[in-house]
Write a new protein. Sequence first.
Length: 581
Amino acid sequence: MRTKILLMLALVASLVFMCSKDSDTPTDPTDGPGNGGGETTTTSFAMTKHLVTTELPNYVTILMQITDLSGKGVDFLTSDRFQIEEEGQRLDAGAASAFILKKSNMNYTIRTKILIDNDAGTNLDVLKKGALAIVQGMDVQQELAVYTISDKLEMVQDYTSDANTLTGAINGIAESSDTSNLYAGIMEAKRDRDEYDLAGVIQHTYVLLTDSNDEVGSISQDAIGPLTSRISIYTVGYGDVDADKLDDIGVVYFGAADEAEMITAAQGAQTEVLKYANSIYRLSYRSSLRGGSGHSLVVTISGNTNTENSAKLEDSFNSSPFVDVDDGLYVNWSYSNPEGVDLVLVRTGSDRTVRVLSMGGTKEAKFSLQIDNPNVVSGNFGAGGMLVLTAKGAVGDSTSVKISDTANGTSKEITVKIVDFQLGSVLFEIFENYTGSISNMANNPPDNPTSSSELESWEIPTDVNDTYATRIRGYLHPPTTGEYIFWIASDDQSQLFLSTDGDPANRVKICEVTSWTNSREWGKEANQKSDPIQLEAGKHYYMETVHVEGSGGDNLAVAWQIDGSTREIITGDYLSFWLGD
């Protein structure tokens, strides 16, 4: 009787340009087998869409990959090269506050499988030195795994960023007694799937180190084509190998005739992997469209000589959630806090990232900081207004910080305070096979949960089980002083408690669900909504939900709003973890 609500993110897995080296389309300067990459005059670009989505208050965000026509990463484009059209109208990038984020400003990981040929009679020591060179050049946002290929693929070490672990795994590889079944081994590695989300991106690449040709022939080279269209493979050949075939398998081929050249070739492959990682672009801009769906979107690159369909990115988006925001500068704008926040809490000895929005200007924002007491906190701006604040002082210290957009002449002052807790999550406990009442769950819960984890917002996964109960506990940190209203939705019953301070003993039930609701169905019962509650910025309040589920669908979420703003799920920006008994 209830339906599961899923958010399906677009994952485009077909990078057809990677295997179209013989296209009649004009291409960039290309490399012959054995000399790798390195062109600096790229003018033909292929665009691959990973995700098109919207962000509040009125941003459209595109996650895309830019390569040349052979599939090599293009990592040098700046925001002014991207041209945006909405409903056939070209946008002014400055007026639209367009900006680009690259991997260093995202939660990004590139996972690379090192495939080492260890068949009988191989020059294994030389190949291992090439693998070690890749480990030595590992990026801070990279994880490596080590596999061997002889008659089959075998994992030596799963993905890790620990260089010592990887080095030990490579040094421990022994020569096999089997002959080379190279293509079959490559195909066995194909199980990886890239993940694309604004919260995080994971991409996969392979580096093949071999001195053999395929001697078994159980799988033809042609069969590898679909794999190479989905995952970028970089091949390194040592000695007398079929360079043309290895070049066809990979995006880039590097040849080596001795040990020194093998190390250089492996380093070249690693360089190309990281170039590919840095060829992911997150383009965001402010849209002027409101209240509709199916708006056409086209993104192109100025000066692109590619004439194929891959020369542009096309999609559509929904502007219905968008709202207009007064001109000015905002810190952590949200529906529930339309004026942004005036107080930012940072845990002692750690960082906190906040987003600064400059709204209404006609120029690309240029942010600067003026910190009253730099002994309390330091700050550093990244792309897209992402401000990283680093605590320098002791718990209880605070300072005034003035944030300015010098390009558009706006500024805002906030207070930064050092605290002894970490914002971002709350404690989520599950009690399986629970058959008691909601009242018993609130006042006399079982002694031990079946499992415990963290939630980054006050909402549980939907439609996952039957006959269980949940309890969520944490502290609420209001960003501004004012009257807040809370809502709870759940299937089946639930209750929301809020304390007058940080002490759980002072908790009071403020709203509840007595039957059941659909996910985020806030208005089914009058008791789902609380009375207005006065909360004070800078204080923290203990908060708790209990929830029981019988059969059918299951869900729970808590939302809030301040002084007549728009309702919003409570996110980790305003929550900290419960560490009590």
